[in-house]
Design a protein around this ligand. Sequence first.
Ligand SMILES: Cc1cc2nc3c(=O)[nH]c(=O)nc-3n(C[C@H](O)[C@H](O)[C@H](O)COP(=O)(O)OP(=O)(O)OC[C@H]3O[C@@H](n4cnc5c(N)ncnc54)[C@H](O)[C@@H]3O)c2cc1C
Length: 383
Amino acid sequence: MTHDAAVSNAREIASRVLAPSAGQNDKAGRFSTEAVKSLGESGLLGLMLPTNSGGSGLGPGTFAAVVATLAESDASVAMVYVMHVMGAAAIAAARPSAAPALAPILQEIGAGRHLSTLAFSEAGSRSHFWAPISRARRNGDGVHISAKKSWVTSAGYAQSYVVSALAPEGAGATDSTLYLLSAGTRGLSVAGPWDGLGLRANASAPIALDDCHVPSDFQLTDDGAGFPAMLNLVLPLFSLGTAAVALGLCRAAVAGTASHLKSARFEHLGQSLGESLPTLRAQLAAMQIETDGLSARIDDLIEHLEEPRETTMLRVLETKAAAGEVAISVTSVAMRVCGGAAFSKHLSIERLFRDAHAGAVMAPTGDVLREFIGKSLLGLPLF
Ligand SMILES: Cc1cc2nc3c(=O)[nH]c(=O)nc-3n(C[C@H](O)[C@H](O)[C@H](O)COP(=O)(O)OP(=O)(O)OC[C@H]3O[C@@H](n4cnc5c(N)ncnc54)[C@H](O)[C@@H]3O)c2cc1C
């Protein structure tokens, strides 16, 4: 698959599958299994996997374009996709001794029949996902894990979960290991409902792990090497993915607002809202400026990921922090410009507004990112 084919597949799925049902799925908090099926059939679930693992071997630029396209129609599905691509990347990067056991799973992902996700956050350490409370215990061939994973996108729908836990002999708070648990693992269960303010259709429910056995060939990283994998492999793509979701939301907000300003009319003046009020035109323009600024920032991050350099990690942190703020700002202006029509839920703007708030609270949260950036500018240790 080429870049253009991937984006065109995303566009087709967005208009045929996502757009018609996004509003209803949001209202009902319903996970779209048909969206995942379409993503699989179109080859998008294996987008970034190496070609020798059955994937398309495409890079961060294509990933961002696909995610933004999906998010324009349904940010819940776009975030399901982002978390899957993270999970797939972690599986593909597993230590060599796990490769034979994981090869069939990668082939299934490439064939579009396997959805994965990340289960990092825990009730005990909250948004500080780099410091799991749970600890793996050695047991025969592998480990046993018990954990309270507090939010897991696609909970109950994914075929596998990339799980973090402290390494059995880990001494520090970040000495974690990553493991792959299949959905059918005994002791793994969805531990509650998902009823979020935004991204309501992505099943980000808690998962309980009750003495789950993980054989050693499903241990993805060496003992204690989970933290560097989170930082160097997962975080850059997660920052890009969440920023692309934010971009899709902003584009949808601009388009929805422009459409409302053209169609809603002051009949007593014989003009549309947009023709009548310069203040609304100015706010629409400000939304467009912020959206294009975010797009440029994402392009800059893609360049930094394609050709890593000294400033790459700074860009990774900055992009997620900035994207969260821009999405909230643009969708908030859209709410104001579209007035009562948005407030009374006659437009999809209020869904975009609610969805936009998720990015900033997904870890690393915007606050944590600003704290990291500030510390690094002052030469202070981050952890
Ligand atoms: C829609 C959605 C999907 C999610 N999906 C997943 C998933 O698939 N996998 C997964 O592992 N997790 C997932 N999460 C969890 C997410 O990554 C965070 O762990 C979670 O949102 C943290 O919420 P909290 O209230 O526990 O944060 P808290 O840690 O209680 O934070 C509360 C406030 O304190 C601030 N804060 C915390 N630490 C600092 C600090 N050091 N400096 C400054 N401010 C700080 C935060 O920014 C926040 O404003 C998801 C969350 C959402 C909303």
